[in-house]
Ligand binder design. Structure first.
Ligand SMILES: *[C@@H]1O[C@H](CO)[C@@H](O)[C@H](O)[C@H]1NC(C)=O
Ligand SMILES: *[C@@H]1O[C@H](CO)[C@@H](O)[C@H](O)[C@H]1NC(C)=O
Ligand SMILES: [Ca+2]
Ligand SMILES: [Ca+2]
Length: 577
């Protein structure tokens, strides 16, 4: 009787969780590579494509199935590749198009997807397009955003309005050649494109097509919020001043001084993302392969979710979820962590997936923002919460921010402060120091005498080679997490979470009788915890994975009503049925 009753119920559960419908990008782990800092193959102190190719097996080893590369396009490097001079070519320091094709071929062999970074908002002031614009070529002149200056009471020419660059100071730069200012929301070397020009729209779609034809599996889209500015025709033909935000009142050159209502989050920007998705769908219609679109967006949940699509328009697969970067840090309470974790899940459309990002090339490393002791706990969140996991290179071994002196600082965000004391707060160099492969010279990253950024101190003990050989290492925890992640409870299972007290955050994943609880203690206090708070968590719990400093061992049995957790410990338990 009983089995007759259970069978239809099981079928309903399986279908309800769409077990058969998962696509490659929904279950894989995405790994961000910053090419300049990953692996240098020719000893010039700068990472390159052949370096990446030589290390693709490492991605396989740690369970990663896709990598997104920060820009490798030709660039004068005023913003380290985010100022692109030729969207259709490889930067010479990183290699050649043949090197890129070899990278793709090797990645295909290993079944690793390659995602590129699309930087649609701006080009380079040292590009053929910009040169042509300066020479009066009408087609390319219209690729950029130009505006007349304003003559002040002393007869001096001033920028058209008060708009500020993300990297400080005016967002306008004068060019004598044309007698006008051009807009650059980022550095002077990054002139914004004019998306009100259909040629620009078509050009960027061609960039997408070009790299799809080369075999890339999608794009991470940079600085999307800045794509469109208001239409000046709606303001009598002149771009209006932005209002003062009330923040950074003592520092009017700081980007935060203004409220960016005319230069970010314009409705047309969402529409452009949907248009790019149409290009994706053109390709999918041909080969039935889903290429993925991730967008870089630091905004309210409401704005963030619009990138998924609106009405019958579809957009990105993954507007990045930066809650664990922007909303919380090592000081946060477990309740604040719970709120940050639940936020994306709460606001996302029901039929879309969440994604988890704890680091990237623009933010201090997890070990530095939280604590080196929380590295495994944060990786447990990224890899075991419901949705897509994204890891910034080095987070799997718990790399820390490197110290980069004022003399060695190269990031424009640091340099533009002109402040040899406080530059480090703005600089993104610390999270970009070379990847730590081994205890050898330059952490095995390069044989050069000087690397483009110094290698972080302590690499002799914190590197891949050392961690491979130690049973309890961040690297081995990460690999075990990548394995565990493929269990049905994590792939298809449901989710609930709780702040057990001020310091301990826990969540549960369950599916078809498999039932796991993950605990992360964000502080140095020890606690005894009653996990029977969770439905169906009682009796005996088996430890299946622990952070490296945990006193527990895999296979240990715990009493669900009285679980000991020591300071900064994280672990995963499985409920014995
Ligand atoms: C391009 O902009 C950079 C600043 O980002 C500046 O140093 C450089 O001189 C500019 N190049 C030209 C040709 O104007
Ligand atoms: C589990 O812990 C609870 C609370 O301390 C206790 O009452 C119970 O007897 C324990 N169960 C076992 C099997 O030890
Ligand atoms: Ca090199
Ligand atoms: Ca723009």
């Amino acid at each position: 009787m009983k089995s007759v009753y259970l069978l239809p119920l099981l079928l309903v559960l399986v279908q309800g969780n769409s077990e058969t419908e998962k696509e490659w990008w929904e279950t894989t782990i995405f790994y961000q590579i910053y090419p300049r800092s990953f692996m240098d193959s020719d000893g010039d102190g700068i990472g390159d494509l052949n370096g990446i190719t030589s290390k693709l097996e490492y991605l396989k080893e740690i369970g990663v199935g896709a990598t997104w590369l920060s820009p490798m396009f030709s660039s004068p490097m005023y913003d380290f590749g985010y100022d692109i001079a030729d969207f259709y070519d490889v930067h010479h320091e990183y290699g050649t198009m043949e090197d890129f094709e070899r990278l793709i071929a090797k990645a295909n062999e290993l079944d690793i997807k390659i995602i590129l970074d699309l930087v649609p908002n701006h080009g380079s002031n040292e590009s053929e397009w910009f040169d042509k614009a300066l020479q009066g070529d009408e087609k390319y002149y219209d690729y950029f955003v130009w505006e007349d200056g304003v003559v002040d009471e002393n007869g001096d020419m001033q920028p058209p309005n008060n708009w500020l660059s993300v990297f400080r100071k005016s967002a306008w730069e004068y060019r004598e050649e044309v007698g006008k200012y051009y807009l650059h929301q980022f550095v002077i070397g990054q002139p914004d494109f004019n998306y009100r020009n259909p040629d620009v729209v078509e050009e960027m779609k061609n960039v997408i097509r070009f790299w799809f034809d080369k075999g890339v599996a999608g794009f991470r889209i940079d600085a999307i919020a800045h794509l469109f500015e208001v239409d000046k025709e709606d303001f009598g033909g002149k771009y209006p001043d932005e209002p003062i935000s009330g923040n950074n009142l003592d520092d009017p050159l700081n980007y935060g001084y203004l409220n960016h209502i005319y230069t970010t989050d314009q409705q047309e920007t969402y529409d452009m993302v949907y248009q790019w998705r149409d290009v994706y769908e053109e390709y999918k219609a041909k080969d039935d392969f889903s290429r993925v679109m991730m967008v870089e967006i630091y905004a309210s949940p409401q704005k963030t979710m619009k990138y998924f699509g609106e009405g019958d328009r579809i957009g990105a697969h993954m507007p990045f979820n930066f809650a664990l970067i922007s909303d919380v840090n090592g000081e946060s309470t477990a309740a604040e962590i719970k709120y940050a974790v639940d936020k994306f899940l709460t606001f996302k459309p029901l039929d879309k997936l969440a994604n988890w990002v704890t680091g990237n090339h623009d933010n201090n490393r997890v070990a530095s923002r939280y604590s080196p002791k929380i590295v495994d706990g944060m990786n447990m969140l990224v890899l075991l919460l419901p949705g897509v996991a994204v890891t910034y290179m080095g987070e799997e071994i718990g790399m820390v921010d490197g110290y980069v002196s004022w003399e060695d600082t190269v990031d424009p965000s640091g340099c533009n402060t002109d402040d040899p004391i406080n530059y480090w707060q703005a600089s993104r160099d610390p999270e970009r120091t070379p990847f730590q492969w081994s205890s050898e010279k330059n952490a095995g990253f390069s044989t050069a005498d000087k690397t483009w950024l110094p290698v972080a101190e302590g690499y002799e003990n914190l590197n891949v080679e050392v961690q491979r050989d130690v049973e309890r290492s961040h690297l081995n925890v990460y690999k075990a997490l990548a394995q565990l992640r493929s269990e049905p409870a994590f792939r298809y299972g449901r989710y609930e979470s709780v702040a057990l007290n001020g310091d301990v955050f826990a969540f549960r994943r369950w599916y078809n009788g498999e039932n796991y609880v993950i605990l992360v203690n964000f502080r140095d206090e020890s606690y005894t915890i009653d996990l029977s708070y969770f439905e169906n968590v009682n009796g005996e719990l088996e430890v299946v994975l622990t952070s490296i400093q945990s006193p527990k061992n895999n296979g240990d049995m715990l009493n669900a009503s009285a679980v000991e957790i020591v300071g900064s410990e994280s672990f995963v338990v499985k409920v014995k049925a």
